[in-house]
Ligand binder design. Sequence first.
Ligand SMILES: *Cc1c(COP(=O)(O)O)cnc(C)c1O
Length: 367
Amino acid sequence: MTNYEALGLRPVINAYATVTKYGGSLMPAEVLDAMNAAANNFIDLAGLQRAVGARIAELTRNEAAYVTSGAAAGVLLAAAACVLRKSPGAEKTFPQLDGLPHEAIVQRHHRNGYDFGVQAIGMRFTEIEPDLDSLRAAINERTACIFWFAGTMNTPEDIPLPQLIKVAAAQDIPVIVDAAAQLPPVDNLWRYTQLGAALALFSGGKDLRGPQPTGLMLGRSELIERIRPISSPNHGLGRPLKVGKEEMMGLLAAVERYLGLDHAARETYCEDCVALWLAALNPLAGVRAERAFPNEANQPLPWCRVTVDAAALGRSAHEIVAAFLAQEPAIAVSPLNETQFHLNPMTLNPGEEIIVRDACLRVLGGG
Ligand SMILES: *Cc1c(COP(=O)(O)O)cnc(C)c1O
């Protein structure tokens, strides 16, 4: 049997988040079944991408949809689509875009490790302060698009998305929302585009629990049509970001499942996990646990913040995080700083919350 143990590796219980570092998320049976079925037959790939996109668009109340090889790939392709919209023919010159409109406006504090694809295709970021005057001053004839990132980078100082979209729309500039981890809530699948974003990008392998190397691009057909000719099975800028037939069908199954999911029951499960951990942790000396909401990625789910008295325990929170990983089975928890970490229920299989609780007692109980 080909498995992790045969390679001498230990599987990890994920009480961290849908982080790529530990494999993102687990695919449910519906997704695996769809991928298995897809693996049995050859199919015209461009036609499949079109049909899967049409179905996902319909399900998510969007004009069009496209399966990318992850949200980060979506960032790159969305940027490319915005260049091509103003400069048809640029597909031959990427990443040499001098002289063409190739500026992407972004709020300075939204810059993040996933935005590299924008520069990789030859675009330039124009960083602005988070206010409408800076936005208006940054717009010029070289502007190709505006990026708005959602997640840990958001602050109360953000230009509110509806206001940003209004300014952009008046100048016919597409707004791209990278909402990779903004599920739940499920209605974000249509909320950003209904607000007027030209494209909204999601990870297929985070809470959607589709294949890890997939992502969703939702929104304007005008932009998505520009991506097809430069993407697999066609040759061009997008060809290295290939998505297989199994991944396309797996992501479709994941979207269908997610739309039918009992999200309220899921929330209750997460609340119950947090309550279980609080009851176990708070009696321990040098340990304080509290329910925190929303979680780190701004998803409307609770998680458990643990603060330790590092001096009393003789260990920093980072050392405690490492101790969880050294448990049998290994448990990944979410590190924060020298005195705090989080336990996240959203990536657990039901039942694993007990394993996490028992590990907490071993690691922090001083026994
Ligand atoms: C996770 C994340 C990504 C990357 O998503 P992948 O699907 O792993 O490529 C991009 N942007 C943001 C804001 C994210 O949180």
